[in-house]
Design a protein around this ligand. Structure first.
Ligand code: NAP
Ligand code: G4F
Length: 322
């Protein structure tokens, strides 16, 4: 069994939980940065394994990251922490920039000072949102960025800093440009979980309607469990580099509704859906779809869960939870 150590920021989030499980199954000692003095999501991490070592800290607090690095002395650092909800980033742009953008720089700089010999391998959670108003379709590692939100701009900054630390200091630093990935652990503010949760409740007679924004928005949605595998694979490569991680399939919010409602036996979902301007964004990303050929060729990575299986599974999980 391996005795490698990993430090994960954002360990309480969807990806942090799946990645912890993956690394534990590979024999890693897992450490996580957890914010706040009494984080209610601590219990989620403890459910996965009481052996995970949690270090109190915040991405905006450089000293806390340095302390966590010293205490965990990791071989691999996965920077998954972020203000990750695009809609919220418009309402809290400076905070988003501090956490999602400068937070990544804090981690990179703390690693550089802690580990001048470049022993640590670093993963940055970059996002397809950086492509924003897309300049070509499908998007690849070389597609030009056109961020459309404070979140996307902050992610683009963090991405460029990751590349810069790799090139300037020889750090094994890689960024995964991940397209949307979902699961029953997805935060309820994101559209797939919002819909699947509401559909389950409607089918059980607990709710009548769901209020949504842009139903024509189209995304490349995959399963989070598949995507954390790609993160790990990227850090196992001899050379650091960036990869697009996606399914290559485009679906709309309407498709999510269609599959979710049909799964509980409700046809004609329109009667249960209201559109609400409150959920529209000041500047929208209309469609994102990725080309993962590089990941297939170099990481032997491919998405294994179909869109339909993903959405049905999320509905099932909500029905069971009620
Ligand atoms: P998530 O569920 O929203 O988790 C975000 C994590 O960041 C949480 O653990 C949160 O901790 C932590 N965090 C927030 N503010 C922090 C701060 N100031 N200091 C330290 N930690 C902080 O996100 P996710 O879906 O797992 O995504 C993981 C990463 O991948 C994020 O960086 C996201 O932007 C990026 N990404 C996600 C997708 C996707 O489709 N899921 C696609 C591309 C990129 P609390 O529990 O304390 O709030
Ligand atoms: O589920 P969403 O909020 O995800 P979004 O904005 O694509 O961002 C997610 O994926 C990114 C990767 O591309 C990550 F970087 C990011 O951290 C996050 O995980 O919205 C998806 C689409 C949008 O176009 C949105 O306008 O669904 C549309 N939508 C329509 N009605 C809605 C709603 N989104 C939400 N959250 N809620 C609605 O009522």
């Amino acid at each position: 069994m391996s005795s490698r150590r990993a430090l994960i920021t954002g360990i309480t989030g969807q990806d942090g939980l799946y990645l912890s499980e993956l690394l534990l199954s590979k024999g890693y000692q897992v450490h996580g940065l957890i914010r706040g003095q009494n984080n209610p999501k601590r219990v989620l991490v403890e459910e996965i394994s009481p052996e995970i070592v949690l270090h109190e800290g915040d991405l905006t607090d450089f000293a806390s990251i340095a302390r966590a690095l010293k205490a965990s002395d990791p071989d691999e650092v996965y920077n998954l922490g972020a203000v990750s909800f695009v809609a919220h980033s418009f309402r809290s742009a400076l905070h988003t920039s501090n956490v999602t953008g400068q937070g990544a720089l804090n981690v990179l700089e703390a690693i550089r000072l802690h580990d001048p010999d470049n022993r640590i391998r670093f993963y940055q959670a970059s996002s397809s949102e950086m492509f924003g108003k897309v300049q070509e379709t499908p998007q690849t590692e070389t597609t030009r960025f056109y961020p459309r939100s404070p979140y996307a701009a902050a992610k683009a900054f963090a991405h460029h800093m990751t590349v810069n630390y790799r090139e300037a200091y020889g750090m094994h630093a890689s960024a995964g440009i991940l397209f949307n990935h979902e699961s029953p652990r997805r935060g309820p503010e994101f559209v797939t979980r919002k819909i699947t949760q509401a559909v389950a409740r409607i089918s059980l007679g607990l709710q009548d309607e769901i209020r949504l924004g842009n139903l024509d928005a189209a995304r490349d949605w995959g399963f989070a469990g598949d995507y954390v595998e790609a993160m790990w694979l990227m850090l196992q490569q001899d050379e650091p580099r960036d990869f697009v991680i996606a399914t290559g399939e485009l679906h709309t919010v309407r498709d999510v509704l269609e599959i979710a409602f049909a799964h509980v036996g409700i046809n004609g979902w329109a009667a249960h859906v209201a559109t609400d301007a409150e959920h529209l964004r000041p500047s929208e990303v209309d469609h994102l779809v990725g080309d993962s050929s590089e990941a297939r060729a170099h990481l032997d990575w491919e998405a294994t869960t179909s869109f339909e299986t993903l959405i049905k599974g999320m509905v099932e999980s909500e029905v069971t939870a009620h």
